[in-house]
Design a protein around this ligand. Structure first.
Ligand code: ADP
Ligand code: MG
Length: 323
């Protein structure tokens, strides 16, 4: 006999999560009550994942659980906020205990890693959909916004964009990789994205603007530029391409994926020229690779260069419909 809603919450979503002193009332009442420290602002984001739309139907439940939280942690990372609490709205076609157990495990492991408490949620029946709301804190006025870039600031990206899109292509069978190790590495980058929470925190007070790369580097950098009322030069020959991506897909495809591919959950951020060494030290402290890929300019638009020569993003393989 399928378990009831109460038992479901009790069994999978009330035990094993981070216990935080700032949670006055967690799961079990009509609403949760948390304490926001004096001198801090609350930073809130929500993201919904629909099966077959935001992740492949049939994706392993532990990966779905991880992703549902990771995409939200990534939004807080881009703000330079410290994640604290989350709520989980689950819409399930049926109660499958095995699926729930593994989903909860994927979700819980990532939540524990970041000391995020699950403080409530909702459970309903319908097509598989997962909504996670995340709440975090930032010292008043210290949030990193998309809108803060200034002319002369340098543009950076973390990690190696393009890997996750290649991983998804490998899972869907639209691309292939000769070396199993490359394929494994790329698939993992799609299945288990690492939100750059520590980097976001380390960049607070250093970065002038930031965005997380979920739709693709070109598209997301453009959003930052529009929000800032700025433009930029982007140096395509400086894009950090992973060895696995280059070796398995070749240079042209690797570059196209790095520009257009989504789901990386890296940070793209800008730094005033006199703060670059501070940014590099901050990234080194949290062991996160960052690469300078461009320069902010007052003139709107994103202008791509390859070896110092101007090239159109389309010619470099930018795909407007990818991501
Ligand atoms: P209500 O009918 O008042 O909305 P529910 O019966 O839906 O209450 O939920 C009871 C408690 O369980 C609430 O504290 C709610 O936040 C929590 N809860 C419900 N679903 C989940 C879930 N999927 N994960 C975590 N907490 C949940
Ligand atoms: Mg109620």
């Amino acid at each position: 006999m399928p378990i009831g809603e109460f038992e479901l919450i009790e069994r999978y979503f009330s035990k094993g999560f981070a216990q935080r002193n700032d949670v006055a009332i967690g799961v079990g009442d009509d609403a949760a009550v948390v304490q926001v420290p004096t001198g801090s602002e609350l930073v809130v984001a929500v993201d919904t994942l629909v099966s077959g739309v935001h992740f492949p139907a049939g994706m392993a439940p532990e990966h779905v659980g991880h992703r549902a939280l990771a995409v939200n942690l990534s939004d807080l990372a881009a703000m330079g906020a410290s994640p604290r609490w989350c709520t989980l709205a689950l819409t399930l076609p049926s109660v499958e205990e095995r699926w729930l157990e593994n989903f909860a495990r994927g979700f819980r492991e990532l939540a524990l890693r970041h000391d995020v408490a699950l403080i409530g949620g909702d459970t309903t029946r319908g097509p598989l959909t997962i909504s996670v709301q995340i709440l975090g804190v930032v010292p008043t006025g210290a949030a990193i916004l998309r809108s803060g870039a200034e002319p002369g600031d340098l543009v950076f990206v973390s990690g190696t964009p393009g890997d996750a899109a290649a991983g998804l292509g490998l899972i869907q069978g639209t691309i292939s990789a000769a070396q199993p190790d490359d394929a494994d590495q790329l698939r993992q980058r799609f299945l288990v994205p690492t939100p750059r929470v520590e980097l976001g925190l380390a960049l607070r007070g250093i970065a002038s603007a930031a965005i997380d790369v979920s739709d693709g580097l070109h598209a997301d950098l453009n959003k930052l530029l529009v929000a800032s009322g700025m433009g930029a030069e982007l140096y395509l020959d400086r894009l950090p391409l992973s060895r696995a991506l280059l070796d398995s897909q070749g240079f042209a495809s690797a570059r196209r994926l790095a520009l257009s591919g989504g789901d990386d959950y890296e940070l793209c951020f800008t730094v005033p020229a006199d703060r670059v060494s501070a940014a590099e030290r901050a990234a080194a402290t949290v062991a996160c690779a960052i690469r300078r890929i461009g320069t902010i300019e007052a003139q709107p638009g994103l202008r791509c260069f390859d070896g110092g020569r101007p090239v159109s993003a389309d010619a470099a393989g930018y795909d407007h419909f990818a991501g």
